[in-house]
Design a protein around this ligand. Structure first.
Ligand code: NAP
Length: 316
């Protein structure tokens, strides 16, 4: 029940009607029995500054940030984490004595299913490192799952906002090389330039879509960050069956799309014997990381995952 004491969380975006975040956050809050509520907060781009000032005046504990505000919000915050700096975008904000602080939990969300290739003990809040500005040490070999990532090549399809979190995540995994594939030479070059001052500890190159057939055969990790294949255009895939046939056996195919589940991209990859990872887990884990920052306590990730699966009509 919402009372005068209920603490406020939310997500800002435009549009915000289709956000799945309220579903999973409110399910977790109910399970924990806490007096919080997580609300969708529609904020138009031209109203962003006024909205953030208003949040400062009311007792909002923290909020998520989605399209189109992930970059625009940065100058309105008093500090951002190294991960948010690397990605160039913020998706989670919380209140501090000095104003609003921001981080990006998409990297953590992207990494979770890869790190969990072998069972890992859950991270405690103080181990997550998202709250302070202390640079995170690189993952130790036994924290990177069963693969030795140091010899792997990641091929990333698309160079938009989500691709930035994927590049930062692959660098954190310690892959040998990252190849980003896009269809606009200008946007590819801008993408490459944007990493120049960030001293990425990995070789990053950009490639036109025409080069894709040659790149697929080199991919140990193939990530789709384009919206191709997303509901309702479920019969589309960024790669044809012939192109996917070049994927090496044992490669990992990762689609950031979570509906449909699986996408045609993942179905084709599975036919090649690839390990398939869908975008639902990233969605759940980035949300869980944000909720843990606000609540400062472990959160029921299973409940968040299950509430989304139920909402999306996915079978167990
Ligand atoms: P974005 O910033 O708009 O970037 C999309 C990228 O895909 C751009 O590089 C775009 O290229 C490319 N693209 C679009 N249509 C294409 C096509 N027909 N062929 C080839 N490339 C195409 O979007 P985003 O925020 O990165 O999101 C991308 C996808 O990731 C969405 O499906 C989103 O739902 C998903 N996502 C999932 C999670 C999660 O938690 N699972 C988190 C974030 C995003 P151009 O620049 O040439 O248009």
């Amino acid at each position: 029940m919402i009372t005068g004491k209920t603490k406020l969380l939310g997500v800002i975006g435009h549009p915000i009607e289709h956000s799945l975040s309220p579903v999973m956050h409110n399910a977790a809050i109910a399970t924990l029995g806490l007096d919080y509520v997580y609300l969708p907060l529609p904020v138009k781009p031209e109203d962003l500054e006024r909205a953030i000032a208003g949040f400062g005046a009311i007792a909002l504990v923290g909020f998520n940030v989605t399209i189109p505000h992930k970059q625009a919000i940065i100058p309105l915050l008093s500090e951002i984490s190294p991960q948010a700096k690397a990605v160039g975008a913020v998706n989670t904000v919380w209140r501090t004595e000095n104003g609003w602080s921001g981080t990006n939990t998409d990297v953590e969300g992207f990494l979770a299913p890869l790190i969990n290739l072998t069972p890992q003990p859950p991270l405690l809040p103080e181990e997550r490192g998202s709250i302070n500005l202390t640079p995170q040490p690189p993952l130790l070999p036994d924290e990177r799952g069963c693969k030795d990532w140091s010899q792997t090549v990641a091929v990333i399809l698309g160079c938009g906002g989500a691709a930035r979190a994927v590049v930062a995540g692959c660098a954190e995994l310690g892959v040998r090389e990252i190849k980003v594939v896009g269809r606009s030479p200008q946007r590819l070059n801008d993408f490459l330039d944007s990493w120049l001052n960030l001293h990425l500890p990995v070789r990053l190159s950009v490639h036109n879509w025409q080069e894709l057939p040659n790149l697929i055969s080199q991919a140990d990790l193939l990530v789709n960050t384009t919206p191709v294949g997303m509901y309702p255009r479920v019969d589309e895939s960024p790669l044809s069956a012939d192109e996917m046939a070049k994927l090496p056996k044992g490669a990992i195919a990762y689609d950031l799309i979570y509906t449909p589940n699986p996408t045609l991209f993942l179905k084709l990859a599975k036919q090649q014997g690839a390990d398939a990872i869908d975008g639902l887990e990233m969605l759940v884990q980035q949300g869980a990381a944000a909720l843990q920052i606000w609540l400062q306590q472990p959160v029921p990730i299973d409940v968040m995952r299950q509430s989304l699966r139920q909402h999306l009509g996915l079978s167990d």
